[in-house]
Design a protein around this ligand. Sequence first.
Ligand SMILES: *Cc1c(COP(=O)(O)O)cnc(C)c1O
Length: 362
Amino acid sequence: MSLAEQALSYVRAISPYQPGKPITELAREMGLPVDKILKLASNENPLGMSPKAKKAVEAAIAGIERYPDQFDLIAKVAACTGVGQNQVVLGNGSNDVLDLIARVFLAPGRSAVFSQHAFAVYPLATLATGAELICTPAKHYGHDLEAMRAAIRPNTRIVWIANPNNPTGNFLPYPEIRAFLEVVPREVVVVLDEAYNEYLPPAERVDTADWIKDFPNLVVTRTFSKIYGLAGLRVGYALASAEVADLMNRVRQPFNVNNLAIAAAVAALDDHLFVADSYELNRRGMAQIVAGLKRLGLEHIPSHGNFVTFKAGDGAAVNQKLLQQGVIVRPIGGYGLPEWLRVTIGSEPENARFLDALEKAL
Ligand SMILES: *Cc1c(COP(=O)(O)O)cnc(C)c1O
């Protein structure tokens, strides 16, 4: 008798998440110093963290013996997004709030709908509850909302949508999402994951948090891991109706976000200059990488995030040749895209090094 046989069958059926290869791991494998390795595999901010956030972290070390108080960050997020404080749920990364939503609404005998090539955490969060996963075919590598609506069954309780989507970078126009919310049954929660929201041109952004009052079944999630550069601290949040937020808070660990993360996130929300610089660097870097991919004759999926997915042919082989040159990108065979690789937009010299390594790898 093995212990695995005693485990929940739906837990045993989960395939583990495959993170971007850590710099330290490749350094060990290749016998290279860490500072010779370029990681463009996890959509991290090439500018690092906001200097204001860094100062706040340093100051917060003084209170580290105390349990965290979420009040300041909840108040700040509520003020920045225009929702009530009772509508904000903080997470240990937005991954945490995605899990909380799943735990509130899913169980064996229920189902959730997501799209082919959508973010890997949706199947993980769904399957961990024992609920059934319904995957709809992608349209031009992105979400097909019509197919997703048609896939909803009487036992469906969550629809997962990433906008922009990772790893494909697709963007769904806001009117389409709004129209989708109009036709989805009100007992189905629509999770709109906006991890890359701040990389959209400000003029194109619509305040989806403002839709929650019309659609109490809408949950919007955002993160401090991407443009705010705080991936290692783990902090994100959900905006929901007061009723849904209250339910999520019941299954949330009381101290799920640590002191340093709270202090950093509060300060990061005030560092508008850092966000503007990060946005601008990404805009220029995206143009640089897209031009380079075109020069190499490689197809790419137009991206609205801080990364771009391109067709490398044999993705695994090209990835291996990039690793040999100390460059880490993200193979996405696990997303059903084995011919493609996803690269995060870096700084100008980092992008140049990546393109040079890619040319050699092809
Ligand atoms: C990176 C990412 C997140 C954020 O994850 P965190 O747990 O906040 O670090 C969420 N959704 C998508 C689609 C992402 O790509």
